[in-house]
Ligand binder design. Structure first.
Ligand code: SF4
Ligand code: SF4
Length: 415
C-alpha cells in the first residue's frame, strides 16, 4: 500500500492512500480496508444523507475504463450498509449528449441494480433542481441541489485520459454535479472551471476507481488498461496530483492542476514530494492532440450553428461520420439493449474463472449463468465481457450496445 500526506500534522492534511486491487474479492477487501482507515472521517450519525457521486458520464460499459465499476459501487454500498447508514443515494448527471437523448446511464450500466441489492436511491442530477453558481468566462451552471443538500458526499471517480483536460479523476468528476445542459458552460474555460467548481463544493471523501483505467483517446473512445488500484482521500487537489504522478503524467501537463497550484492548494513542496516519495505505477498513453474540427465543435461562438443543425447531426448515421472524422468521440443509440445472461456453456468453458474475478455480486462459477436475477445477479454482463471462450450464454438484443461490443469486446477480454 502507498500513502502520501501533503500537510503532515495539520487539520487539513491532504492524505491519499492507495491499495492494489483487481478481482472482486480484492475490490471488496480493498474498499473495506480503506473505509476502515478513514472511519474517523465517516459521519457519526447513521441517518446522515450520504450521496455517492460516481462517474456515469457515458453509457460505455465500465470495463472499457469509461465509467465507475459496479464492483466498487457494490462494495461501497455494502460497507456503508454494514456500518448502519440508512440514507444512501447514488447521484450523477451523464454528459449532455446522453442527457439530451433521454438515455439512462443508471439503467444501461446496471447501477440501478443497487436499489434492489442495498435499498439505495438513485438520482439523475440532470433533472434535479439546481442552484446557480458563477464561474469563469461567463459560465454560470446550476449545481444540483441533491449535491448541495447532502450530509456527506463521496466522489467515486475513474482514472482516465481526457482529450481536453488531459486527465479525468476526482476534480473532473465534479463537472457532473452541474445539472442538465448547463454542463456545456464548463467548456467556456474548461481547466479553470474544473478548478472553480471544486472550490464551490468539496467531497467529504474520495474513493478512486483505478481498477480499469482508460488511456489514449479518452474519455469516450480510448483503450482500457489494467491499473489495478483503489485510492482514498479527502482532498481532490492532492488526490489528482498523486494519481497523475502514479500514471506518469507530469502535473504541469494537467491544466486544472496548474490552477490548483496557482491558487496555493498545491505547492512546490507538495508536488516535489509526490514525485520523490511515490513511484510511477503504470505510465498512461496520452490523449492525441484534438483536431481543428473537434475544437470547432466545442467553440462557444458556434453554439447557434450547433443548435440549428442538431436535428440532423444527432442522427446516428451522421454522428458516425463525425466520429470517423474525429470530430466527436461518442455515437449514441436511443434503444437500450435487452441482453441477459441466461447460462454458461460447460463445453466451451475453460474454467479460467475470469468471470468470477469480475462478477460484482460475487457469484461462484457454479452460480454464474444459473442465478440470473436480482439480488444475486445484476445482469451487468461483466462475466460475458471478460470471457475469452464465448462460454457465457446471452439472450436478447444488442441494439445500441452492438457498437461498443465491436469496439471493446476484444480489449476487455485481454485485460
Ligand atoms: S470466463 Fe468464460 S471460460 Fe473462464 S471460467 Fe468463466 S465462463 Fe469459463
Ligand atoms: S453473473 Fe455476470 S451478469 Fe450476473 S452479476 Fe455476475 S458478472 Fe454480472
Amino acid at each position: 500500500m502507498l500513502s502520501f500526506t501533503a500537510r503532515p500534522n495539520t487539520a487539513n492534511a491532504g492524505r491519499v492512500d492507495v491499495r492494489p486491487a483487481w478481482t472482486t474479492p480484492e475490490v471488496v477487501s480493498g474498499v473495506d480496508a480503506l473505509l476502515e482507515q478513514w472511519s474517523a472521517s465517516l459521519p457519526a450519525d447513521r441517518a446522515t444523507a450520504i450521496v455517492i457521486k460516481p462517474n456515469l458520464n457515458n453509457d460505455l460499459v465500465a470495463l472499457s475504463g469509461n465509467c465507475t465499476d459496479l464492483r466498487v459501487l457494490d462494495a461501497l454500498c455494502a460497507n456503508l450498509r454494514r456500518r448502519g447508514y440508512t440514507d444512501i443515494t447514488i447521484a450523477d448527471g451523464s454528459n449532455v449528449g446522453i442527457a439530451r437523448r433521454g438515455i439512462s446511464t443508471f439503467r444501461r450500466l446496471r447501477v440501478d441494480s443497487l436499489k434492489i441489492r442495498y435499498g439505495v436511491r438513485t438520482v439523475d442530477l440532470n433533472t434535479d433542481t439546481g442552484t446557480p453558481v458563477v464561474l469563469h468566462n461567463d459560465a454560470h451552471p446550476e449545481v444540483a441541489n441533491t449535491i448541495l443538500n447532502a450530509g456527506f458526499l463521496i466522489s467515486v471517480p475513474k482514472v482516465k485520459t481526457h482529450a481536453e483536460a488531459q486527465l479525468s479523476c476526482a476534480m473532473k468528476n465534479w463537472v457532473g454535479i452541474c445539472r442538465g445542459q448547463d454542463k456545456r458552460h464548463m467548456h467556456y474555460d474548461l481547466a479553470r472551471n474544473i478548478f472553480a467548481i471544486n472550490e464551490v463544493v468539496q467531497p467529504d471523501l474520495i474513493l478512486v476507481d483505478g481498477l480499469v483505467g482508460m488511456e489514449g483517446n479518452g474519455p469516450g473512445d480510448g483503450e482500457p488498461f489494467r491499473f489495478g488500484q483503489l485510492a482514498m482521500s479527502d482532498d481532490a487537489f492532492v488526490n489528482d496530483a498523486v494519481i497523475a504522478h502514479l500514471v506518469g503524467l507530469p502535473w504541469r501537463e494537467v491544466p486544472y492542476l496548474q490552477h490548483a497550484f496557482n491558487a496555493g492548494l498545491l505547492t512546490t513542496d507538495i508536488v516535489e514530494r509526490i514525485a520523490a516519495e511515490l513511484p510511477v505505477l503504470r505510465p498512461i498513453k496520452r490523449p492525441p492532440a484534438r483536431t481543428r474540427l473537434a475544437m470547432m465543435a466545442e467553440a462557444r461562438s458556434l453554439e447557434w450553428l450547433k443548435r440549428t443543425v442538431r436535428p440532423i447531426v444527432q442522427k446516428p448515421e451522421v454522428t458516425e461520420i463525425a466520429y470517423k472524422l474525429k470530430i466527436v468521440q461518442d455515437v449514441y443509440f436511443l434503444e437500450d439493449d435487452t441482453l441477459q445472461v441466461v447460462g454458461r456453456d460447460a463445453e466451451k468453458c475453460g474454467t479460467c474463472a475470469r468471470c468470477v474475478d469480475f462478477c460484482p455480486t460475487g457469484l461462484t462459477l457454479a452460480d454464474i449463468g444459473v442465478k440470473t436475477t436480482l439480488p444475486d445477479c445484476a445482469q451487468c454482463l461483466y462475466c460475458w465481457w471478460v470471457c475469452p471462450k464465448d462460454a457465457i450464454v446471452l439472450e436478447g438484443e444488442e441494439r445500441g450496445m452492438a457498437r461498443q461490443i465491436q469496439r471493446y469486446k476484444k480489449d476487455i477480454e485481454q485485460l
